[in-house]
Design a protein around this ligand. Structure first.
Ligand code: V47
Length: 376
């Protein structure tokens, strides 16, 4: 199975169910034996999730792209005085949420720029309005970076900010803003963001409050392979403590329209390796997501045999990757996701944000009931 003999001891550990070390992670990145790496990851993936591949029906809502942090990695954020920047009113955000609702959305994924004047109460009101109009929809909202920013602006503790948002309807949190924890790299790609420790401690606080979250790693810019392994190990350590992470999502850097536009795009080889190595290193995080928007539906489909068990969702109106040059479509229909999964020999399972199976028939009647309630 191994054309790279350095992988043999790692294979033995995987078969024995033993945890891989930092050095194992570095050895995996150094190897180009993608089939051996993929087979090991697939073994672990099937041990954890069997033959299932999960997807959900979701919509992204980005209430504003105005952002005080001018991160070099980002093509989405606009400066405060940029005439192209936008900020939705509550009514506009609620209207966006309702578009395409006939697909029976189970999740709104809500993230935005670090806006200089929108208040924490404004965000709480946004969530309350969504819950009122769409009580059946799970609100996966705000990255650890946004929480850190709200805390700085309001002078409330991280815990107090999280409690207020939870009271207002925040059900869980997405995994963005983690980037790469290495301070050397953060200074180059996102020097105005909270540092890696603050990201970890904010996630810990959220998990301790009973909020689940996802986690991510942005790769393919100026980081080293050691930086990647360090990032994965730090996520794994927090997960040992809290068990709050549901899914890890490796995110390939898209350089177009960013100040780092000279950086070459990642290769398919690297994208698949990152999925597989994540599965192998993150033995305590249940799901590895191949985010099709980021890696294309073709590659996300192949990833189902290289360690991933989740494709994310229908998405609808993705902005962050499309502003950075993604050429994928802005949404996929349920039927297309199901076809991609079946073709890969996997069993498609529609999930909600917390990975409970969605009973489509029951859900349709619940959402019809909701729409009826709102209209009357
Ligand atoms: O935090 C920004 C990244 C993230 C670029 O939790 C970029 O289910 C590549 O976190 N090239 C936001 N990446 C997206 C995100 C996410 C996506 C899907 C699902 C979930 C989830 C979370 O996108 C940012 C940043 O790391 N990003 N700009 C760029 N030019």
């Amino acid at each position: 199975m191994f054309s790279d003999s350095r992988l043999r001891p790692i294979g033995d550990k995987v078969l024995a169910g033993q945890r891989l070390s930092f050095a194992d992670g570095v050895a995996l990145y150094a190897s180009s034996d993608i089939l051996a790496i993929g087979q090991m990851a697939n073994t672990l993936r099937e041990r954890i999730n069997g033959n299932k591949t999960f997807y959900n029906v979701n919509r992204h809502i980005n209430p504003t792209d105005v952002c005080v942090a001018q991160c070099k990695l980002c093509a989405f954020g606009k400066q405060v005085r940029d005439p192209d920047g936008y900020t939705m009113s509550h009514e506009q955000a609620w209207e966006v949420a309702g578009k395409g609702y006939s697909e029976a959305v189970t999740e709104f994924h809500i993230v935005g720029g670090l806006h200089p004047t929108l208040t924490l109460d404004w965000y709480c009101e946004l969530l309350r309005g969504l819950k009122l109009r769409f009580p059946a929809v799970h609100l996966k909202a705000f990255t650890m970076v946004e929480i850190g920013y709200f805390s700085t602006r309001t002078k409330l503790s991280i815990r107090q900010v999280l409690e207020k948002l939870k009271d207002a309807g925040m059900d869980s949190m997405p995994g963005g803003g983690a980037e790469i924890f290495s301070e050397r790299v953060r200074r180059i790609i996102c020097d105005h963001k909270i540092d890696g420790n603050a990201w970890i401690e904010t996630a810990r606080e959220a998990h301790n409050l009973g909020l689940h979250s996802n986690c991510t790693m942005l790769y393919g810019h100026v980081e080293s392979e050691e930086d990647r392994v360090d990032h994965l190990v730090r996520l794994r350590e927090l997960q040992d403590d809290t068990r709050g992470f549901q899914t890890f999502i490796p995110l390939a850097f898209h350089p177009q329209n960013t100040p780092l536009h000279h950086v070459p795009s990642t290769s398919g080889f690297d994208d698949i390796k990152n999925i597989a190595i994540a599965r192998l290193m993150l033995d305590n995080i249940p799901h590895i997501k191949a985010y099709w928007i980021m890696m294309t539906p073709r590659m996300a489909q192949i990833a189902q045999r290289f360690g991933s068990d989740d494709l994310d969702g229908t998405v609808v109106e993705e902005k962050i990757y499309h502003d950075a040059g993604a050429t994928t479509s802005q949404s996929l229909r349920r039927e297309e996701l199901i076809r991609l999964i079946r073709e890969a020999g996997r069993e498609p399972v529609e999930r909600d944000t917390l990975y409970r199976t969605v009973d489509r028939a029951a859900h349709s009647s619940a959402t019809a009931q909701t729409a009826f309630t709102i209209l009357t």
